[in-house]
Design a binder for this molecule. Structure first.
Ligand code: NAD
Ligand code: ZN
Length: 374
């Protein structure tokens, strides 16, 4: 087995950073990886019921066999459960089980258990070491890397959380074999984002490889995971707390988070981001920040991947704009957008802030131009 090792360097953190390990079969090697990167007398595995049903028994057997004491805490799957209530239920259960300060947390599952498990690790007894073991494509290439953890609130997504870096991230692409197709496609949306903000050739490759990726071809998926993780790791290295270029990773997420919330999570996160990228590219084109044709190119790639590219007609533009205002990126009465200059190149924005404050009216003009959307 050859594992790829991708480093995130964090000069300001005591450990200086961590590694993301990517390779088929790594799930079985977890006990020795934990001993090396995150030794602890006891582990709390935080996961959801679907992932638990498929993999928890194997995971705990494996860990027990290697002498690691392990407790599994599973909550009902889905974005609707990424809440303070679930955080309270999980932390209460951990307290009842007698987990102490010397324990470590394993965030095991998609981005929801990853974000929630990470937030538990950030807060339980003022912080426990964390290892991320992502099982969805979206979590493997995006959510598990970078140390953002948190939960949603009725006001918006991810509004309560913390930065809490993992000791390591263990990615075994073999686990994707059980991932439902819709979630595979949703993960591909974040890969398109990585290409759009940082690597035009990668976006070309994704477009050409769409049939293999959608068919679950192991080699294509592994290549995609490695390149996306490299891009994300490079961007978060040196910008641990999102003061600068890291904001580019929010491309597609301002409109995306708004439509995701309005759909009441009927749209998957990745689907909402696909829509958000096309709409935000159109906003950028309207302002002359983004090269003409960028939104059309993104729409073409996303369509090939079976992803939606426009706001459902029953959503009203004013409602979407109102939701963007509760996003964390709202500042001084204007909402900040991460934009691209062209495919593969993020825009540094005015004063190098990596964000463009954009008036609601401009976004409204673009979003309400229903006739121009095909
Ligand atoms: N922290 C970050 O930097 C960051 C970045 C991007 C996204 N996110 C967050 O990630 C979340 C979305 O992640 P997601 O799409 O993985 O959601 P998710 O965790 O709900 O997983 C999607 C579904 O797939 C199932 N699943 C996961 N792995 C599986 C497997 N191997 N086999 C079968 N089923 C499996 C889950 O049970 C769930 O039903 C959002 O909350 C988003 O805000 C966070
Ligand atoms: Zn995202």
């Amino acid at each position: 087995m050859t594992a790829h090792r991708i480093a995130v360097s964090l000069p300001e953190s005591p450990a200086g950073g961590y590694e993301i390990l990517v390779g088929g079969g790594l799930f079985s090697a977890l006990p020795s990886i934990l001993s090396r990167f995150c030794p602890a007398p006891r582990y709390a595995v935080i996961t959801d019921d679907r992932v638990a049903e498929l993999y928890a028994l194997k995971l705990s057997r494996n860990l027990h066999a290697a002498g690691h004491r392990t407790d599994v805490f599973a909550f009902s799957s889905g974005e609707a459960n990424k809440t303070r209530d679930t955080w309270a239920v999980v932390t209460d259960a951990m307290l009842e089980a007698g987990l102490g300060r010397d324990c470590a947390v394993i965030g095991f599952g998609g981005g929801v258990p990853g974000d929630l498990g990470g937030f538990v690790a950030a807060t339980y007894m003022r912080g426990l070491p964390l290892v991320q073991v992502p099982t969805s494509l979206l979590a493997m290439i995006d959510a598990s890397v970078g140390g953002k953890t948190g939960v949603d609130t009725p006001m918006g997504k991810n509004l309560v959380g913390a930065f809490h870096q993992p000791r390591t991230v263990v990615v075994d692409p073999d686990l994707l074999q059980t991932l439902p197709d819709a979630h595979l496609r949703a993960g591909l949306a974040e890969a398109v984002k990585h290409g759009a903000i940082a690597d035009a050739e990668y976006l070309d490759w994704i477009e050409q490889s769409a049939p293999a990726l959608l068919a679950g071809d192991a080699e294509a998926l592994c290549r995609l995971i490695v390149r996306s993780v490299e891009i994300k790791a490079e961007i978060v290295s040196g910008d641990e707390f999102e003061a600068g270029r890291r904001k580019l990773l929010n491309f597609g997420h301002t409109v995306g988070h708004a439509v995701e919330a309005i759909s009441d999570f009927a749209l998957l996160h990745g689907e909402a981001v696909a829509i958000g990228m096309v709409e935000e590219a159109r906003v950028g084109e309207r302002l002359g920040i983004t090269a003409a044709g960028t939104s059309a190119r993104l729409r073409r790639v996303l369509t090939r991947l079976g992803l939606p590219t426009s706001i459902p007609l029953e959503f009203d533009a004013a409602g979407v704009i109102e939701r963007t205002r509760t996003d964390k990126k709202a500042r001084d009465g204007r909402v900040e957008y991460a934009l691209v200059e062209s495919v593969g190149t993020g825009s540094a924005g005015p004063h190098g802030r990596w964000g463009h404050p954009i008036a609601d009216e401009t976004v409204a003009e673009v979003l309400s131009g229903v006739g121009s959307r095909v």
